[in-house]
Write a protein that binds this ligand. Structure first.
Ligand code: TXA
Ligand code: MG
Length: 353
């Protein structure tokens, strides 16, 4: 019977790999199908607690090459490898500092990506030729069981076309990648909705390569000082190009006191406010009514995608304090922005980047 079962899977896999990709609920059976597709060198989009990932087995360079093609992503931008056990991480990294082990114990599974010197087994295409590899253990039952079934580390960037905001639902993946991937496992909306925090350890020091769903404050409480990477060193995380998360409507970041925001001047614009503002308006979109940063972060990408479909002339984003998750939110808004808008001597001024 086992043989017969395998035959069915093989047939399903054959037909799925050949035909257009589709969204399927992330049932155990479909996760198994996803695992088979991955083992045969296919691409599977799957949910994580941060955003949806587009996965391939990290040891199959051709499959990984297809990720770059499907995303339209430049080859110099390395991928994160997703694992389901600490042993899997140890099989990819050369050596692990005891403070990194503390971080793994404390924050995995979860939205923390750790970058350390790689072993030779990790193909260059995964790391874009860098001597380091980024690794994370996602905290999503579907992602974990998919990796466990394949029993190999899975390289996966966010499942969007290059330069678009990361997808936080299966529909958003489908909209961006069309039928270029073999299967999309639908695990509903992503809980955190913003990508993982990327942390590099080099010569005993920690560097923040990308602010994300785990705050710097939480990291520092465990390992002490985390150094911010100046823009010149951003090359360490090549994916951090200045305009990386771009919605298709122009977005301007408001510079000034949120209390003094002149809503009436922006009738044709959608106003994206992390927290409620004093004035009401049909064009005001609040990320968290109760003023909660976590909730605000989780709604950001979904709202940007929603607004892209609207007929507004553009988006005006109001700032939030760069503390805790506010840092990740502001990072994404700055990257999405075409420029700044401010009020000077009673006049609205737009300043393009
Ligand atoms: O939450 C997340 O991290 C999601 C989910 C799917 O896990 N993934 C994600 O992957 O956001 P991606 O490829 O969109 O972003 C990966 C980031 C990029 O900024 C890339 O440059 C950086 O991680 N990165 C990867 N490997 C690196 C390395 N060896 N050194 C420095 N930066 C690296
Ligand atoms: Mg991405």
């Amino acid at each position: 019977m086992a043989g017969y079962g395998m035959l069915i899977i093989k047939k399903l896999v054959d037909s799925r790999v050949k035909t257009a990709m589709e969204i399927v609920p992330a049932s155990l059976e479909n996760i198994r199908l996803g695992a088979e597709i991955l083992k045969r060198g296919g691409l599977v989009a799957f949910p994580t607690e941060t955003v949806y990932g587009l996965g391939a087995v990290s040891f199959f360079p051709e499959a990984v090459a297809r990720i770059f093609e499907v995303k339209g992503r430049p080859r110099f931008d390395p991928l994160i490898v997703h694992i389901a056990s600490q042993e899997m991480a140890f099989s990819l990294w050369q050596r692990v500092d005891s403070r990194v082990e503390i971080l793994m114990k404390k924050f995995w599974p979860g939205p923390l990506t750790l970058v350390l010197p790689k072993k030779e087994v990790v193909p260059d295409i995964v790391t874009a030729g860098l001597p380091t590899v980024a690794v994370r253990m996602p905290a999503h039952p579907v992602a974990l069981s998919l990796i466990r079934m394949v029993d190999l580390p899975i390289a996966a960037p966010s499942a969007n076309r290059f330069g678009r905001v990361s997808p936080t639902s299966a529909e958003a993946v489908k909209k961006d990648l069309g039928n270029r991937v073999d299967l999309i496992l639908d695990g509903g909306k992503c809980e955190l909705g913003i990508e993982s925090t990327v942390l590099l350890m080099e010569e005993g020091r920690f560097f923040l390569l990308r602010p994300g769903a785990l705050s710097v404050e939480e990291l520092e409480a465990v390992v002490g000082k985390v150094e911010m990477v100046s823009s010149s060193r951003r090359i360490l995380s090549p994916g951090m190009t200045r305009k990386h998360y771009a919605p298709s409507l122009p977005l301007y970041l408001f510079e000034g006191e949120v209390r003094e925001f002149p809503l009436s001047e922006f009738g044709n614009f959608a106003v994206l406010a992390p927290f409620p503002i004093c004035e009401q308006g049909e064009n005001v979109f609040v990320l968290s009514q109760k003023g909660d940063l976590k909730e605000a972060a989780s709604h950001l990408f979904a709202l940007l995608r929603e607004l892209e479909k609207s007929s507004f002339q553009g988006i005006i984003a109001l700032p939030v304090e760069e503390k805790g998750l506010g840092r990740a939110i502001m990072d994404r808004l700055k990257r999405a922005a075409s420029g700044l808008v401010k009020v000077e001597q009673g006049k609205v001024v737009f300043i393009d980047k």
